[in-house]
Design a protein around this ligand. Structure first.
Ligand code: ZN
Length: 450
């Protein structure tokens, strides 16, 4: 199982300087490669990453654009991996773009990276660095102190160094042996989870989780810091005599105060992200640890975000991230993730008598069933319905899974269809940033309506 561990680096000034230069190199090489790729396409050629890299290697120590003021090639001071990897990344980005286009999804072609606007990062191949407890020995920089030792045993596949709000992080990809990656479950419940805005997750047991909604809390401070930064940008613009839009390619003079303002804003954004991440990790771990099956709705998050009145609250909770984490953690705990069809009327069915009630507006938090008279909490009722859905689907199989399933990850898709329903395995792929880079299958159930 491929897992990534992201560790903060306690870097000194020299190391930070090197990291910034290496990340800058990676960005500049990416931009060079992308420009060249586009140029070749425009001329009717078929570019590929290997040929581009060869072409770059031929000029990288000679071309005046890649020499410093003394005429020496500055690329020599940066480790090779930092400027070799962008070619592979670019090839991946193009093929992802074409895959998405072919699948009829919305996609955008690879873009140029802009300093200060992109994630600063660079790559390290697994044979170029080593870890000794809380010390990493990196090429060109030597020993750097880490805030934590690597958590998992296994074969290291590679690493990248990236900056987030002034801190540098080492993200190590490890191929963890199955036995070490598996975790013991503490419960065998079948849990229905209703995701919502007022309480982010309501379990079929009736328990409700309120998300910290970090963005909501930080909005005021965010506005203040953004305004301060924008004042500094304005004054930078007037100092070089620009009014209105900044023409493309202009470089605004960066003052000390502007840099400080930008850093303060970035620190706040990073804090918001951290609070959110902490909450979703704790929630999803608990769900996977305590249940043999977790049922969630296959929400149309993109569509929900299009609702301008709700989008901020929805984005603040991070529904998609909840689902992504559930899906990779399920493999480690041997938990089954069941996705209920997005048209399953979970909030409208009465969990007591099974009668389908009329449309509910979002405002109605509680309702009373017209036929049996039960008073329902909207979210708890939906969670119970989702739980039922999975219980039925699992009962359609001969036996409930008791042992851990994680040893055979593919089996999650082998769920039998509930009578009258259909099961479509959905593929879910996620990035290498955190969690695993594996593909997972989850059962997709469209159940009969009762
Ligand atoms: Zn009823």
């Amino acid at each position: 199982m491929l897992l990534a561990h992201r560790i903060r680096i306690d870097a000194n000034a020299t190391q930070r300087d090197y990291f910034a230069r290496a990340a800058g190199t990676a960005r500049r090489v990416w931009n060079w490669a992308l420009a060249e790729w586009r140029r070749q396409i425009a001329q009717g050629h078929k570019p590929n990453a290997m040929a581009l890299k060869k072409q770059f290697n031929a000029i990288k120590y000679l071309d005046p654009a890649w020499l410093d003021a003394n005429g020496t090639p500055w690329l020599r001071s940066i480790h090779r991996d930092a400027h070799a990897q962008p070619f592979a990344n670019l090839a991946r980005a193009w093929s992802r773009y074409f895959d998405q286009r072919r699948a009829g999804q919305r996609a955008h072609s690879p873009r140029f990276k802009k300093k200060g606007r992109c994630v600063d990062s660079f790559y390290l191949a697994n044979d170029k660095f080593r870890l000794e407890g809380r010390v990493a020995v990196l090429p060109k920089v030597g020993r750097v102190v880490l805030c934590e030792a690597l958590r998992w045993p296994g074969k290291i596949q590679g690493a990248s160094v990236a900056r987030e709000a002034g801190h540098w992080f080492l993200s190590v990809q490890v191929e963890v042996p199955e036995q070490a990656a598996l975790r013991r479950r503490t419960g065998d419940a079948i849990t229905g989870v209703d995701l919502g805005v007022s309480s982010v997750a309501t379990l079929s047991s009736g328990e409700k989780f309120t998300a910290p909604r970090p963005l909501q809390g930080a909005l005021r401070r965010l506005r203040i810091r953004s305004r301060r930064l924008s004042c500094k940008l304005e004054s930078a613009k007037t100092s070089i005599g620009i009014a209105g839009r900044v023409p493309k390619g202009t470089r605004l003079p960066a003052s000390k105060n502007r840099t400080k303002g930008a850093q303060a804003l970035a620190r706040l954004q990073a804090r918001i992200a951290r609070v959110r991440r902490d909450f979703t990790h704790k929630l999803t771990t608990r769900l996977c640890r305590e249940s043999q099956a977790v049922v969630i709705e296959d929400l149309n998050v993109k569509g929900m975000l299009a609702n301008s009145r709700l989008s901020r609250a929805i984005a603040d909770v991070g529904f998609y991230e909840v689902r992504r984490q559930l899906q990779y953690k399920a493999l480690r705990y041997g938990t089954r993730i069941v996705l209920a069809d997005r048209w399953y009327p979970s909030s409208r069915l009465c969990s007591n008598c099974g009668i389908r009630n009329g449309e509910l507006v979002l405002r109605e938090r509680t309702w009373t069933c017209a036929s049996c008279g039960t008073h329902h909490d909207r979210d708890v009722n939906a969670a119970i319905n989702l739980q039922r859905l999975a219980t039925d689907a699992l009962a359609a199989q001969t036996a409930l899974p008791e042992a851990s399933l994680a040893a055979t990850p593919g089996t999650a898709a082998a769920l039998e269809p509930a009578a009258g329903g259909k099961v479509t395995p959905v593929r879910h792929e996620h990035g290498q940033q955190d969690g695993s880079g594996q593909e997972e299958d989850a059962a997709h159930i469209c159940s009969r309506l009762r």
